[in-house]
Design a protein around this ligand. Sequence first.
Ligand code: HEC
Length: 157
Amino acid sequence: MRPRLFLAASLSCATVLAVAHAGASAPGGRAPNMASNGRQPHVNYMTECQGCHMPDGRGIAGRVPAMKGELYRFLDVEGGRAFLVQVPGSANSKLSDADLSALLNWLIPAMGGPAKGGFTPYTPQEVAAYRGKRMVDVVGTRANLIARFPAEAPRTN
Ligand code: HEC
């Protein structure tokens, strides 16, 4: 809070208004954290995610679900876009909203989803809004979404 207040105080009036507007556009009421750790999305995946999800996204049988060929399917059901951000591995990571949105926009095609341009990319604002709402029942929410996946090749897990 303190750095933001300091920042706001040192900015011009017009910029302050823009910052306030960015905050207002996030329904959670939180302005997106636009910081970047300077790493490419795939590097952030390597350091923050692949210990559980594995380098190729195959996961760990019985513990971490496979993403490969599966991840993009969440985008086809209502609530799925929010889920990919609110799932604890994403939401609770130390990545900023800007870095997490970039990571997801890289991850979806990398895991066999539509290429960049084939889906609506996440924005830091959208990620901030979803992160502002805590998901209570992860397992139940996930099962509900999967039950509503449009018919396709059978899932393996
Ligand atoms: C400690 C292990 C762990 C780490 C680290 C982790 N995840 Fe996950 N992730 C899981 C598990 C387990 C699930 C299944 C849902 C649940 O139970 O949380 C999951 C589910 C997901 C999903 C939804 C896909 C699905 O099939 O449910 C996404 C998206 C995701 N993680 C992204 C990430 C990202 C991005 C990172 C790194 C910033 C990350 N995860 C780090 C364990 C992890």
